[in-house]
Write a protein of this length. Structure first.
Length: 242
């Protein structure tokens, strides 16, 4: 039995129509497609069938996964977190469970994989979240986070401007890769795959509002090797040792 812990509710902010507007238009679709392609590629190599998407009521990952044939369960911290994916739930393509991300209501090794996107950087007890993801997964977990080794190193200075531009942005924790890897290593033995999404800040692309130019710029920076070293957000896959 788990002892009672504080309920983590940060996912509620991402499961709204207002939040989905951050990814409106061609630029938003392009940014989500980059994320989707990385995650699908990672999972395709692990023989995964069943997936728990923690805090995934925004549908950014759960819906593409379900449409690609995966058996997906979404966990949200409240019933309201199902709003953006209700059509998929009603159609039987997704299952939705209410629960605490820091105290997942599943036995050990209940799913092949656990995915958690848009939550780690807003979770105070992020190490416990990682432990829970590892506990309920048999093969791997996938998380994302903003990297300090990027333009995020000065994000605090420009947060007021970012908030003015984006409107509904929230304060977030920026991570060093090392601290996430060490937290995972201390939880369960495993190996690492890591992919960085963009060299330029996502807010830059939102202001630019030109997906074609954004895609072109990011291809150039990736070819130069800048994204490999200084890109963000990071999508990290932790493949658990048997």
């Amino acid at each position: 039995m788990h002892s009672e812990v504080m309920i983590e509710t940060s996912d509620r902010a991402t499961c709204t129509e207002g939040y989905s507007l951050r990814f409106n238009g061609e630029t938003g679709k392009w940014m989500l497609s980059v994320q989707e392609d990385i995650i699908l590629n990672m999972l395709s190599q692990e023989g995964v069938k069943t997936i728990l998407d923690v805090g995934g009521g925004h549908g950014q990952v759960a819906i593409p996964l379900a449409h690609n044939g995966y058996d997906v369960t979404v966990l949200g911290s409240s019933a309201e977190c199902r709003k953006m994916i209700s059509d998929e739930i009603e159609a039987g393509r997704l299952r939705f469970i209410v629960g605490n991300p820091l105290q997942l209501p599943f036995p050990n090794k209940s799913f092949d994989a656990a995915v958690c996107i848009r939550l780690l950087s807003h979770t105070l007890n992020w190490k416990r979240l990682l432990r829970e993801l590892c506990r309920v997964s048999r093969k791997c977990i996938i998380v994302d986070y903003p990297s300090f080794k990027s333009f995020n190193a000065v994000s605090g200075l420009f947060f007021p401007l970012k908030k003015k531009i984006e409107g509904n942005t929230r304060p977030f924790r920026v991570f060093f890769d090392k601290e996430v890897i060490e937290a995972l290593s201390s939880t369960c033995p495993g190996t690492l795959k890591l992919k960085r999404e963009f060299f330029l800040p996502m807010v830059f692309h939102r202001v630019l509002k030109n997906a074609k130019v954004s895609r072109w710029l990011e291809l150039i920076f990736a070819h130069m090797g800048l994204t490999f070293y200084f890109g963000s957000p990071v999508i990290l896959e932790w493949i658990q040792s048997l």
